[in-house]
Design a protein. Sequence first.
Length: 115
Amino acid sequence: VQLQASGGGLVQAGGSLRLSCSTSGITFDSYAMGWYRQAPVKQREFVASISSSGVTDYADSVKGRFTISRDNAENTVYLEMDSLKSEDTAVYSCYAHRFSEFPYWGQGTQVTVSS
């Protein structure tokens, strides 16, 4: 199983980035997918998730600014991040989860927002 996150980078406050997480080795359309992030000296925190049926959930801190989506044909989940703030700076990691199973994690991608 592989989850490959990409799309991070350096962006100015107010800007946008689109993260991608491509997967292989799983039956993608049967998994819930999501993103967590971890900033320096902070605990990892939930960002967004999307169920296998397309139901989405967001952390309060990103609601209205971030959009999670999935492309089952491409086995990929996306995180569109708009109106970025300096506090969004973190390493973003994607995961795949199915009921009663341990989640699979990808490596992180760094997002840095300059103010």
